[in-house]
Write a protein that binds this ligand. Structure first.
Ligand code: ADP
Ligand code: MG
Length: 355
């Protein structure tokens, strides 16, 4: 299959810091692709390499099959000849220009007579045509970011790169804008790479996600794979809360201190297959543990802490085996701190194996 963006073994160091370390990525046409990782793991550097703001030390970068950078040959296409749009966290709009002028700025080099019309159409796309004559300071943060998106999309770039575009917005605005931006990108069928350190953002918006750690791409998969089948313990812990428990392989399952978990089909064969016997570690998400009221002293854990989130509750439990467990339940049935409870795997009780 032809890939829209193809990055092969790309590295970039700043002094002794390996910002990007032999990264491989293949983004499909029309895909909303996430790059997820903690601060400093190299996400922005990766985007800047695709954009052409940085030159790779090694490796190749292609967009729509066209070679853009290959240091082995000294080959490098400058950013202005790449047809790539970019949206960054702090909008980067010109304060002295109107909204329409800001969007037109992205079209310099285009035929003069058509710029106004193209810019207006881009503003319409993000629902801001009625604010065309305003200045950026007259807009809300969410509106400014939509103008930035209109500016990036107006020249009909081959790909759009978004670097933490929502992180300067407050929580409710962020949720709304995420939805809007996703719809706009899907509407125009854009191929987009969204960089974020926010797990929920990556998992909820993107078709596929690459998880980065210390300059390396450590896993690529769709949100479900990333969340339910993390490639290792670090990914499991980075993409959500998780209990890592030692277990013993028994038939088709793994026995742990809190019950038997099934081994999913995906882990019956292949490179990360569950061994047929012996000790393993399993990753169990808090929502995979059932917490019930203990009657007549049949409990096996005690609630030591509780975080109430409205829609659900995160319990910290001390199990009689000595382990601390995280369990997440809907808030319709509440357990009190100090209460004795029963805890066991929910059905289906699938787990993933981690090292
Ligand atoms: P992220 O976007 O994931 O937070 P960055 O790509 O910005 O990470 O940075 C990755 C690493 O490279 C960090 O250690 C950062 O300090 C370093 N770095 C990035 N850009 C530069 C630069 N221009 N000069 C020196 N170090 C840099
Ligand atoms: Mg960054």
């Amino acid at each position: 299959m032809d890939h829209s963006i193809e990055i092969k073994s790309v590295s970039k160091s700043f002094g002794s810091v390996k910002a990007v370390d032999r990264a491989n990525l293949a983004v499909r046409e029309g895909e909303l692709f996430g790059v997820l990782g903690p601060s400093g793991c190299g996400k922005s550097t990766l985007l800047r390499l695709i954009m052409g703001f940085e030159r790779p030390d090694a490796g190749t970068i292609r967009v729509r099959g066209k070679l853009l950078a290959d240091p082995a040959d000294g080959f490098f296409t400058p950013p202005e000849r790449r047809h790539i749009g970019m949206v960054v966290q702090d909008y980067a709009l010109f304060p002295h220009l109107t909204v329409l002028q800001n969007v037109k700025f992205g079209l310099r080099g285009r035929e003069r007579g058509k710029r106004e019309e193209t810019a207006s159409r881009a503003l319409e796309l993000v629902g801001l045509q009625h604010k065309a004559d305003r200045h950026p300071h007259e807009l809300s943060g969410g509106e400014r970011q939509r103008v930035a998106l209109a500016r990036a999309l107006a020249p009909e770039p081959e790909v759009v790169l978004l670097d933490e575009p929502f992180s300067s917005l407050d929580a409710s605005l962020r949720a709304e804008l995420r939805r809007d931006v996703e719809l706009i990108l899907r509407d125009v069928g854009a191929t987009a790479v969204l960089v974020t350190h926010d797990q929920e953002e990556a998992l909820s918006m993107c078709d596929r996600v690459a998880v980065m750690r210390q300059g390396r791409v450590v896993q690529v998969g769709d949100p479900r794979e990333i969340y339910w089948h993390p490639s290792d313990r670090w990914v499991a812990q980075f993409v959500g809360e998780v209990n890592v428990l030692p277990g013993l392989v028994e038939g088709d399952g793994v026995r742990t201190d809190i019950g038997v978990f099934d081994v999913p089909d995906s882990q019956r064969s292949g490179p990360r297959a569950c061994p047929r016997a012996g000790h393993v570690h399993v990753a169990v998400r808090p929502e995979q543990l059932f917490v019930g009221s203990a009657s007549d002293g049949d409990g096996d854990a005690e609630v030591v802490d509780r975080e109430f989130y409205g829609h659900d509750v995160l319990y910290r439990l001390r199990h009689d085996c000595g382990r601390t467990l995280l369990a997440q339940r809907p808030s319709v049935e509440l357990h009190e701190v100090g209460e004795r409870v029963r805890v066991h795997p929910t059905q289906p009780s699938m787990i993933s194996l981690v090292d």
